[in-house]
Design a protein around this ligand. Structure first.
Ligand code: RRO
Length: 305
């Protein structure tokens, strides 16, 4: 087998292996991105950053579910001006692509933050249009194809870096939003952000999270995320990054077969920071056993049925 069986290039990005740190995990520091890269991640996605600093919601912000976590952090972030310094420093120590996740309350705000992140050295921008807490016209930006297209267009016009759009699973037909993003200029799509959820305490008889509702991640969401990737791959040629419940090589392989070119890992990092290495090793063994020379060869193979 070639030594580069795991390397993959898409949307102007070149990864040594098809695993990435998902946005929202390990915060904002260059040291933590470096630690993740040392654990074998092929790329790192930052927590979402906006134009102004935000403290986020009060605790409790995370609650354990049967097979995952429900969070409502509320976009805590230092703001792009402070974070730009961290991006610059990260670029001096990080040897894998740094993808900066960006959010905003308007297309202009998204474009401003994305431009600053790109100028600071981000290798790509991931647009978080699917955060359950950023609302326009009463819904997430990523639930309205017209607003989504506007945001993607403005950001695309303001940067010269690959543009990834992270989609919400909280929609009736994700391919409608995927189409809007691709037509507006997205170079790749991440599928998906967290599933809207709630946890209620039988003793206090009240919702547990301070924000009442949050987003479910982890093993519980994997079948939904896989279906989203499958649906998008069925209709469009765009590169897809699978996200939702990956914790071992078999999960990752399932996402490749559904049509993803890479996977993001988030919730599983909390249990085992070395998860990137074990997933990569397992995928490599799988490819060898099945006589494939590269991950690229198995992307989308489940669509033969
Ligand atoms: O910060 C959050 O509460 C949060 C964000 Br920005 C997001 O995109 N997804 C999520 O589950 N939580």
């Amino acid at each position: 087998m070639e030594t580069n069986a795991l390397s993959i290039g898409f949307a102007g990005l070149q990864l040594e292996n098809p695993t990435m740190l998902a946005s929202g995990v390990m915060g904002y520091s260059a040291e933590s991105f470096h630690r993740i890269a040392k654990s074998g991640a092929g790329a790192v996605v930052t927590k979402s950053v906006g134009i102004q600093p935000r403290v986020g919601y009060v605790n409790p912000t995370v609650v354990q579910a049967a097979a995952g976590l429900i969070n409502a952090m509320g976009l805590p972030n230092p703001g792009i001006d402070v974070f730009s310094e961290e991006i610059k420093f990260s670029k001096t120590i990080l040897r894998v692509p740094l993808i900066v996740s960006v959010f905003g309350y308007s297309a202009e705000e998204y474009a401003t933050v994305a431009k600053k992140a790109a100028e600071a050295g981000a290798d790509a921008i991931e647009l978080n249009v699917s955060c359950p807490h950023v609302k326009q016209t009463g819904a997430e930006i990523g639930q309205n194809p017209k607003i989504l297209a506007e945001v993607v267009q403005q950001v695309k016009a303001s940067i010269n870096k690959p543009l990834i759009v992270k989609l919400s699973p909280n929609v009736a037909d994700i391919t409608v939003l995927a189409e809007a993003a691709v037509k507006a200029g997205a170079d790749a799509l991440t599928a998906v952000n967290t599933l809207k959820a709630i946890a209620i305490d039988a003793e206090t008889m009240l919702p547990i999270l301070a924000n009442v509702k949050g987003g479910l991640s982890g093993a519980a969401v994997k079948p939904v995320a896989l279906r989203c990737v499958y649906d998008i791959a069925e209709k469009f040629e765009v590169p897809i990054i699978g996200c939702g419940g990956v914790s071992n090589w078999r999960d990752a392989v399932e996402f490749f077969l559904a049509g993803a070119s890479a996977v993001q890992i988030g919730t599983a990092v909390a249990d085992d920071i070395e998860v990137f290495r074990s997933v990569t090793k397992g995928v490599e063994n799988y490819l060898r056993k099945k006589h494939y020379r590269s991950v690229k060869e198995i992307v989308g193979l489940a669509h033969r049925k």
